[in-house]
Design a protein around this ligand. Sequence first.
Ligand code: ADP
Ligand code: MG
Length: 705
Amino acid sequence: MQEVLDTPIEFLKGVGPQRAELLRSELNIATFGDLLQHFPFRYVDRSRFHSVKELNEEMPQAQLRGTLGALRTVGEKQGRRLVATLTDATGSVELVWFKGVRWLQASLKPGQEYILFGKPNAFNGRINFPHPELELAASWEQGLNATLQPVYNTTQKLTAKGLGSPAIWKLQKTLVAQLTGQLSETLSPDLVDWLAGVSREEAYRQVHAPQDQARLDSAVRRLKFEELFFIQLQLLEQKRLLQEQVRGNVFAQVGQYFNSFYKDHLPFELTGAQKRVVKEIRKDMGSGRQMNRLVQGDVGSGKTLVGLLSMLIALDNGFQSALMAPTEILAQQHFATLSRFLEGMPIVVRSLTGSTKAAERKSILTALRLGEVHLVVGTHALLEDRVVFQRLGLVVIDEQHRFGVAQRARLWKKSEVAPHVLVMTATPIPRTLAMTLYGDLDTSVIDELPPGRRPIRTVHRSDHARNAVFGFLEEEIAKGRQVYVVYPLIEEGDPAKMQGLELKDLTDGFESLSRRFPLPKYALSMVHGRMDQATKDYEMARFKKGETNILVATTVIEVGVDVPNASVMVIENSERFGLSQLHQLRGRVGRGAEQSFCILMTGDKLGNDARARIETMVRTNDGFEIAEVDLRLRGPGDLMGTQQSGLPELHIADLVADAALLQQARQVAIRSLDQDPGLRDPRHAPIARALAERTRGKPVWGRIS
Ligand code: ADP
Ligand code: MG
């Protein structure tokens, strides 16, 4: 931002050091620019005046014009308050203040005409106004008295210190007036034209002191566009720099490994979407630039295979690959899957996780260094410095959101030329969010499931229906199917934080299921995060082999676990799960040819959001649609997968409500950079300047994958 906006807030008239400190600690407002970007969250329409006669207590707020009567203090101690009346042609109302009495007595002028704004209350059959806003009609008529009055976020502490919303508004008006003629334009003339001709300065003025609704709307649109546009420019510019500056190994050929696997080992035809994505990946890896590609694909869309095919291309070009998974269970499963797929091929696959025994680890590390291992599958253990590759060419990261940026950067250091990076996620992200979060990556979508899958049937059952549900499980098991029963457990993977109560839910559930499905006719397994790895593995293996009928588990089975014979997923206390988690869990079934079911158990009472989540799950199997609903319910910041991925802070735009504008902003950004890569055209000068300001001091490598 420009210098004037960097001015410390204490230098604004009406602020000073004490208030500045409060604004900083309470609202993170430290500069003029911060205040300006503290946008109203709504506007109150003050174009209409009410008469005393028409007031009632249902009204959320009312505006009166009348004469202030005498001020009186009544009551004692705690009950002490200041009262007055306001009278218009139709009657009078009582005004009451419990705080700030002395100051009010000194500043209010009985007998004068005032504009009152506040919430009408009824007391003893009379309307009164507790703590109304009052402004002298004379000064109101002169001031920047918007008929649309902005309402600002503030805090209790600030309000108590006289910095409630009206006071913040006053500061905004002071600031906007002071900045007149000082705010430089950040968009090109044709963009300003396209945005209804609203200049930057005008936009801020209208947002903080709107003249009318139409001008306010244009101003808001301009500011939202600007915010989204610069985020996109930054992402695209970052991507361009990466492509320019970072070399990538050229995987020029598709050779023996890939072809023989494709011809002789692949047990099924690839889906059209898989073929398309593999082609995109091949193109990236042959380009001489480093690949940074995100593959989004719903649960069960066959991402593992896409990863494997990419690794075979690396191998055909003489490079090793690593596949990283977020959990031990998933890493082991990937290892088993890859080993099975590659059976009979001269390819060495090893797995390296936290629980790999020391001797084995040593041999794997040596083999990796010597290039004797072609593919390695593992968890975070792969990031350790002692893991050295002979020639690492490709890193496939499964379930990307579980890996932090810093961790990914560590992988980066493992070879001379940056390895190609393929990130796979089964947590579909709404398009708008993906554009913002991953705007600097290339993305592919596997939007097709392998043929022959039957859509999972999802139902909602209350705890009362438990017996019927058990009866249903019995029938399915009699048909040879297997069942998951999942309990919510928070803080999985951190046993110290696991709450005893929740573990009790799980073990109680296990016991009651054991009574209903007793040995020797039935067998049950149980898996939870507090178990040691060996027990977990043993229990999982029994279920996978079909030795047990029911797996009682926590969300350790959430990601990626693949047991095609399991056809029923029962989720206990499903109201306590987030949408994407429910969708992930449901994705554990429906992997075979049989009809699969997901049964969402809940208590009787459901909050609105919980009900919306359950209804969404019952209505659709489409992960992208579910992600959209999730975004609506929770907002972008809390969406799974976004917490640590560096979502830029938005002051005015909203990724849900402004999806169309975001799309436009991205297109305009792409077009501008295509036409004028360095933004050197004089028309683009304001944009180039603003962009340079924004990226000042930020490393190009900041968000590398
Ligand atoms: P996800 O995308 O959730 O990681 P997986 O890679 O685990 O999905 O694949 C899900 C299942 O579908 C696996 O059993 C896999 O072998 C199978 N599969 C993958 N691609 C195909 C295909 N083209 N045709 C049939 N089955 C496939
Ligand atoms: Mg997977």
